[in-house]
Design a protein around this ligand. Structure first.
Ligand code: ADP
Ligand code: MG
Length: 350
């Protein structure tokens, strides 16, 4: 769709590399005292004083991680930042800076990058992070985006993947499976559009799951909530690849097993109804689908009163001794080993 409009748009060659960088970054301001020097020199300079610095990077490739035929560029800019901030929050840290590097082919006009950067700017403003640099280059085909997020934390507050103990409670934020079901709806509409370009689908009944796919929110609020509740998780990870694979990461890194209860997994009603419509098992989706950007963490049982009843937090299981393995306890009380793809493959359920 971008190509059709190209002739009315500003080509990137017209601006040149420096003009482009200047144009895209001029409205970003610096909010953190730890940003000693931001954009504009060979390198940014940061000063975290006595805090520890947390760093994480992601690379996103058009056609692999995103499809511009249904992802608006503004949403992509926003999501790109979220994906990365989520990793910082999963360390129980505060995100403070980001860098963004992009490579685009000549099919992208200036206006497309402006859209992308408007999403980045919105995310940076809402999540209070400074854009401190990046790189801009051309690609032979498509768009590539790399984001690095930087954060800070006191050493004693950082939560790793390796601290879970047997009998710790396993806690999940929000609900899961929605981003994947939103993608199913968008993919279906893309196919309909191919056959009938005049179709104007009404996606309002799917708005929650489509939004979870296109405009996810990283759980900054949970890091703040845990601080307020005075709960320090023993281990934590963000859900980018699906519940089962993240649980297995926690188990492996912490040298423990776990029991996950199927009936405790939080699912939005839209996820359940869309799963029925697509004839997919909702537990399989919860376990195997990705991109929810919720946080999964473990806490000592004695912390339970502090989190009890909080609508953002659901206890979905508990950790066990390693030799007990990692299992899903199903609704009919059978014990099913958790595998990286979930307890059963998508294929078997289709
Ligand atoms: P260099 O030639 O040293 O790589 P650049 O000319 O690429 O420097 O970058 C100049 C400044 O602009 C640097 O501060 C760099 O971090 C920043 N910058 C470059 N591209 C981007 C981008 N896409 N987004 C944000 N900042 C950028
Ligand atoms: Mg450069």
């Amino acid at each position: 769709m971008l190509e059709d409009k190209n002739n009315e748009k500003t080509s990137l060659e017209q601006l040149g590399e420096f003009g482009l960088i200047e144009h895209l970054t001029k409205d970003f301001s610096i909010q953190h005292s730890s940003t000693f020097k931001g954009i504009g020199d060979d390198a940014a300079v940061l000063d975290f004083k006595d805090k520890k610095t947390v760093v994480s990077t992601d690379l996103l490739v058009e056609g692999v991680h995103f499809d511009l035929s249904y992802v608006p560029l503004k949403h992509l800019g926003y999501k790109t930042v979220m994906v990365n901030l989520s990793d910082i929050y999963a360390m129980n840290a505060t995100a403070t800076q980001i860098t963004i590097s992009i490579a685009v082919s000549n099919r992208f006009p200036l206006e497309a990058l402006e859209e992308f950067y408007s999403g980045v700017a919105l995310a940076a403003k809402i999540y209070n992070v400074d854009l401190i640099g990046g790189d801009t280059t051309s690609s032979n085909k498509g768009m590539l985006i790399s984001v690095t997020a930087i954060g800070e934390a006191n050493e004693e507050n950082i939560v790793y993947r390796n601290g879970a103990k047997a009998n710790d409670l396993l806690v999940l934020t929000g609900d899961i499976g929605a981003a994947y079901m939103g993608l199913q709806v968008l993919e279906r509409e893309k196919e309909v559009f191919k056959v009938n370009p005049n179709s104007n689908p009404d996606l309002s009944m799917y708005s929650y799951i489509v939004e979870r796919q296109l405009k996810p929110e990283a759980r900054k609020d949970i890091v703040e909530l845990l601080e307020k509740l005075e709960v320090k998780p023993t281990a934590m990870i963000d859900i980018s690849d699906g519940l089962s694979s993240e649980i297995l990461h926690l188990c492996k890194n912490s040298d423990v097993g776990c029991n996950l209860y199927e009936d405790k997994i939080p699912l939005d009603p839209t996820v359940i109804s869309t799963c029925e419509e697509f004839k997919i098992d909702s537990t399989t989706v919860a376990l195997s689908s990705g991109e929810d950007y919720e946080l999964l963490f473990t806490i000592d049982q004695k912390e339970f009163p502090k989190i009890k009843g909080n609508p953002n937090l659901t206890v979905i299981g508990h950790m066990t001794e390693k030799n007990e393995g990692a299992h899903l306890i199903s609704r009919n009380n059978s014990k099913i080993p958790i595998t990286a793809q979930g307890w059963n493959s998508f294929a078997k359920h289709n």
